[in-house]
Design a protein around this ligand. Structure first.
Ligand code: BGC
Length: 372
């Protein structure tokens, strides 16, 4: 937490103790404290990366509607995956008088100077899903257990190939299976967490030869897809099909549903049919990919219930606006180069054709009709 804000919270507790008779509670900025007022009902800035992916649209809507239910005013902006746009949106939010910022960054390293402006006005910053790096102004972080997401992606690849059974036990299947590996955007801190979790899980099978990577491209830098663009993944998959020596692929580690769609297009244009597509993983349980799973094309996705993520971010904002300290459950994992950012991590779940109904429909995340 930035020092000024921490001092603010300490001061708030004292103020709250000494001013209970007035019913005053300090909620954030110095001006509110000076007025003896509260930031309840204040304007909150919510900066989201893109509307090109359903998950971020849902994230933005969830955070906005849940904040509004608590009486806050919300300035929600999407930056079309353009870094200068996101920086100027955040600047405008600060100039427009927001009392807190919730930011899902495009590039986690590009917000340092705009966040300095936030700090100078004592505006707390919550990193949403993606860590903001290189800034000591990030107060809190809420996300999923990103390394575990990578473990789940790799585990579902191994299950889809029959190397592990449904309980995660080895079946004794020795392959060898030819697979290719994709990673997310190198400027998104999450991408390395997903990759590290996945590679740690796959490494023993790569070492023993049960898994082979025909292209030999096993480094993060070789596998990464800048800005998570489906077309870039499609192009890379097309290239991989030509360098791999003609072997039929049996699996593709893909870290995001959008990439999986590009990968599957490349595979089908490259001669694979629905019946013999490799096991392709994913993430986010986006509608198009869940339909693809039901149709037997994509094998798995990772369901991250963004309703819960939104709720967590909103709970953090609300606590801060009331001058309270938000609850966290991890104070070790997310070092942004300047500090270890106190975090609240949520759990994710592997989804395949076998459990999409219980995971996605019965929980009300989608209706049956959405998936037709
Ligand atoms: C998110 C993933 C998402 C990816 C691409 C990551 O930061 O954690 O859920 O698939 O961005 O949008």
């Amino acid at each position: 937490m930035n020092r000024k804000y921490l001092a603010g919270i300490a001061a708030a507790s004292i103020l709250t103790l000494s001013l209970t008779a007035c019913g005053g509670s300090r909620g954030g900025g110095d001006d509110a404290a000076a007025e003896g007022g509260s930031n309840e009902g204040a304007k909150i800035g919510v900066a989201m990366p893109t509307q090109q992916s359903e998950r971020w649209i849902a994230d933005g809507e969830n955070v906005k509607s849940q904040l509004e239910e608590l009486g806050y005013e919300v300035d929600l902006q999407y930056a079309n995956d353009d870094i200068p746009t996101q920086v100027s949106q955040i600047e405008n939010m600060i100039n427009g008088g927001v009392k807190a910022l919730v930011v899902a960054s495009i590039d986690g390293t590009t917000l340092t100077s705009v966040l300095d402006q936030a700090e100078s006005q004592d505006i707390p910053v919550i990193a949403y899903d993606r860590l903001i790096n290189g800034s000591d102004t990030v107060d809190y972080y809420t996300t999923f257990d990103n390394k575990e997401v990578g473990v789940q992606q790799a585990t579902s690849l191994l299950t889809g190939l029959g190397i592990l059974d449904a309980e995660g036990k080895e079946t004794g299947e020795k392959g060898p299976f030819d697979v290719e590996l994709f990673a997310g955007s190198p400027d998104d801190n999450n991408a390395t967490f997903f990759w590290d979790g996945a590679i740690e899980t796959l490494q023993p099978y790569l070492d023993s030869g049960v898994l082979r990577v025909p292209s030999g491209q096993t480094d993060f830098e070789q596998a990464a897809i800048l800005r998570w663009l489906p077309d870039t993944a499609q192009d890379r998959m097309e290239d991989l099909l030509t360098v791999g020596g003609g072997e039929r692929l049996e699996g593709v580690l893909s870290p995001y549903d959008g990439l999986s769609i590009g990968i599957i297009s490349a595979l089908t244009s490259g001669g694979y049919s629905t019946d013999d597509l490799p096991v392709v993983t994913g993430q986010d349980a986006e509608v198009g990919s869940v339909k693809s799973i039901i149709a037997g094309e994509q094998y798995s996705t990772i369901f991250k219930d963004v309703r819960n993520l939104g709720k967590q971010a909103v709970t953090m904002v609300d606590a801060l606006m009331k001058g309270e300290e938000p609850e966290v459950n991890d104070t070790e994992t997310y070092d942004n180069g300047e500090k270890i950012v106190p975090s609240y991590l949520l759990e994710s779940e592997i989804v395949t054709v076998d459990n999409y109904e219980t995971a996605l429909v019965e929980t009300g995340y989608y209706t049956e009709d959405d998936l037709k």
